[in-house]
Design a protein around this ligand. Structure first.
Ligand code: AHR
Length: 504
């Protein structure tokens, strides 16, 4: 019997809805075909956005969408993506398959997508190949409500009112595809570029996100913060203009040369993948410790704006399109990461899975007019109850499992929150591929009024396909036994459970 202890007295922080954010790039079929098909498509759409995809994403309460990249962001010139579509410049998408980008999805279309989704906006600006003026004018175009060259241009293009930009990224992966910069150089670039990302509407502040490190590059984090955490001449206090700093970490079963297959993997690869996912805990802890030294008041958010699995592409697909299937293993990866972000909500203020549709660990796959919700989708659907909740102290007894010394994992992984209506939400994952476990949940000293649960489970490489879209789906889990302040149940191998508890 494994004990899961929930301590309602321990209210540990606010879980920003944005911890369940998403990322969409001009990459493969994420934007084109995935979310955007154009007004004239036979696929049912509203202003060019697929109705089926938008409605599925709305169900997740998708809180924020990052766009337009990724590596694409640092070669994107926003003026190419506005105005009459037939006249928009075509460009080469050099990072992703060398295909022609016709710019038919640009700023107006992105804002329309976010309007339909009802989500916050997170635009990633171009530092690598752009200019300060270009970035500054983009912000003016989107957010200035008055008379100015860019505001006039926006109006000419059919949008009278300014939009709201909630988050603005100053470059992406500038240590790599975004310009191969050294941290000292990027820090200087950040200081300069961000000076011209103006807050034209003081009540609608744009949060500025600096480009943070790749995985365990602690030196990058240290250097950028040292040089940028205080900016002289800042008008808004000790923290200058850095509201967040990003972290990118992908789960690859093997390495960049041979990533591993999305399906048809074995148990060794199962545990390798989960063990590498759990490295996120160490990354977040160590990067947070660095940020703590510069920002003890926790004003700077750690923004994990790219995370998820990265496998070898599906056979017969364009290697530059990063199209991969999604199995129960991905469901476990999502559950672990989302639990980690919850537990670190004092510092992690946003996280964006890569990527929204048809790319990497997508929540949705499309093929023509068909759509499939992946196992990862169902995890987000169960975890949405944590959004905007209060993190509650929780702990689970675990034992170590795995097939190889270096890839051992705990058998169980959890987090717990309390929502605005006072209901508790426990999410628990069983990482074992073969063992089920008896769990006794103890809600310390509190009588339980009711408890209900839902479960996602299956064989380790179960997946949803266009032919069989519902192999992996959430089912109600009604074998909970409630007694006083305890709930007992058996969690099957390879599963994710969400329990909703009401106290007396
Ligand atoms: O998500 C795919 C790519 O991964 C992004 O474009 C880049 O930022 C990262 O290397």
């Amino acid at each position: 019997m494994f004990k899961l202890v929930i301590d309602p007295q321990k209210e540990l922080g606010h879980i920003n809805p944005e911890l369940q954010g998403h990322f969409s790039e001009h990459l493969g079929r994420c934007i084109y075909g995935g979310v955007y098909v154009g007004e004239n498509s036979d696929i049912p759409n509203t202003n060019g956005m697929r109705n089926d995809v938008v409605s599925a994403l709305k169900e997740l309460k998708l809180p924020v969408l990052r766009w337009p990249g990724g590596c694409f962001a640092d070669e994107y010139h926003w003026k190419d993506g506005i105005g009459e579509k037939s006249k928009r410049k075509k460009m080469i998408n050099t990072n992703w398959g060398g295909v022609v980008e016709d710019n038919s999805f640009g700023t107006h279309e992105y804002m329309e997508l976010c309007r339909q989704l009802g989500c916050k906006t997170y635009i990633n600006g171009n530092v690598g190949s752009g200019t300060v003026q270009e970035m500054s004018e983009w912000v003016e175009y989107m957010t200035f409500d008055g008379v100015s060259p860019m505001a006039e241009l926006r109006k000419e293009n059919g949008h009278e009112e300014p939009w709201r930009v909630d988050f603005f990224g100053i470059g992406n992966e500038n240590w790599g595809c975004g310009g191969n910069m050294l941290p000292e150089y990027y820090a200087d670039q950040f200081r300069q570029y961000q000076s011209y990302v103006k807050n034209y509407a003081p009540d609608k502040k744009i949060s500025k996100i600096a480009c943070g490190p790749n995985a365990q590059d602690y030196e990058w984090m240290e250097t950028v913060l040292r040089q940028c955490h205080k900016l002289s001449g800042s008008w808004n206090g000790a923290h200058g203009f850095i509201d967040g700093i990003s972290l990118h970490y992908y789960t690859l079963p093997y390495d960049w040369a041979k990533k591993g297959a999305a399906t048809g993997f074995n148990e060794i690869e199962w545990y390798m993948t989960l063990s590498k996912t759990l490295f996120m805990e160490e990354l977040v802890t160590k990067h947070s410790a660095i940020i703590d030294r510069y920002d003890p008041d926790h004003k700077i958010g750690l923004i994990v704006d790219e995370w998820g699995t990265w496998y070898d592409v599906e056979e017969g697909t364009n290697p530059g399109f990063l199209y991969q299937q999604n199995t129960m293993r991905d469901a476990l990866v999502a559950a672990i990461n989302l639990n980690i972000f919850n537990k670190h909500c004092d510092r992690v203020k946003m996280a964006n899975i890569a990527q929204l549709v048809n790319v990497l660990q997508a929540v949705i796959l499309t093929e023509g007019e068909k759509i499939v919700k992946t196992p990862t989708y169902h995890v987000f659907n169960m975890y949405k109850h944590h959004q905007d909740g209060t993190l509650i102290g929780s702990f689970v007894d675990t034992k170590t499992i795995g097939l190889q010394e270096e890839y051992q994992v705990p058998n169980l992984h959890e987090s717990c929150s309390k929502d605005k209506d006072g209901k508790y939400h426990i999410t628990l994952a069983n990482l074992s591929v073969e063992e089920s476990y008896e769990i006794c949940t103890d809600i310390l000293g509190n009588e339980i009024a009711s408890a209900k649960a839902e479960i996602l489970t299956g064989k380790m490489d179960d997946k949803n396909t266009f032919e069989a879209p519902d192999v992996v789906k959430t089912l109600s889990f009604d074998t909970l036994s409630v007694n006083g302040d305890k709930i007992t149940f058996t969690i099957p191998a390879n599963s994710v459970i969400h329990i909703e508890v009401e106290l007396k």
